[in-house]
Design a protein around this ligand. Structure first.
Ligand code: ZN
Length: 129
C-alpha cells in the first residue's frame, strides 16, 4: 500500500478526489459527510475542554467540524462534542470558537484582498504622458 504524507490517520472510509484517496468524515455540526481536509479536527484536552487540531496530530479520539461558527453552534447545542469525544459532562469550546472565528475572519480577508487585486489588475494604466 502506498504511503503518503499524513498516513497514520485512521481511515475508516475513503473517497476519491483528484485521483487520490481521501478520508471522508461527518461534520458534527451539520451532519454533512465530506472530505476530512474540509473539516477541522477537534480533540478533548484534560477531559474538560475541546481544542482545535488542524494538523491532525493529536492522539485520541477526534471530532470533525466545518471551521464555521454555524456548525460549531449547532454542535454545541446538541452536545455533539461530548458524544463524539466520549467525554462525560460539559466541554469548554472557547478555544475552538476562537479558532473558527479566526479562520472565518481570514477567509473574509482573503476574499476582500482577492477582489481588490482583480480590480487593480483590471484597471487600465493611465500614467503615460
Ligand atoms: Zn458542518
Amino acid at each position: 500500500m502506498a504511503q503518503r504524507e499524513g498516513a497514520g490517520i485512521r481511515t475508516r472510509s475513503t473517497g476519491v478526489r483528484g485521483g487520490t484517496h481521501e478520508p471522508i468524515r461527518t461534520c458534527i455540526g451539520c451532519r454533512t459527510r465530506t472530505w476530512a481536509s474540509d473539516l477541522l479536527r477537534v480533540v478533548a484536552e484534560d477531559g474538560s475542554r475541546t481544542v482545535p487540531d488542524p494538523r491532525r496530530r493529536r492522539p485520541g479520539r477526534g471530532a470533525w467540524l466545518h471551521p464555521d461558527t454555524a456548525c460549531l453552534r449547532s454542535a454545541e447545542r446538541r452536545r455533539a462534542f461530548s458524544r463524539a469525544l466520549r467525554v462525560q459532562g460539559q466541554l469548554d469550546s472557547t478555544t475552538v470558537q476562537a479558532y473558527v472565528e479566526q479562520v472565518a475572519h481570514e477567509q473574509a480577508d482573503a476574499r476582500v484582498s482577492r477582489a481588490r487585486q482583480l480590480k487593480e489588475a483590471g484597471r487600465p494604466v493611465m500614467n503615460q504622458p
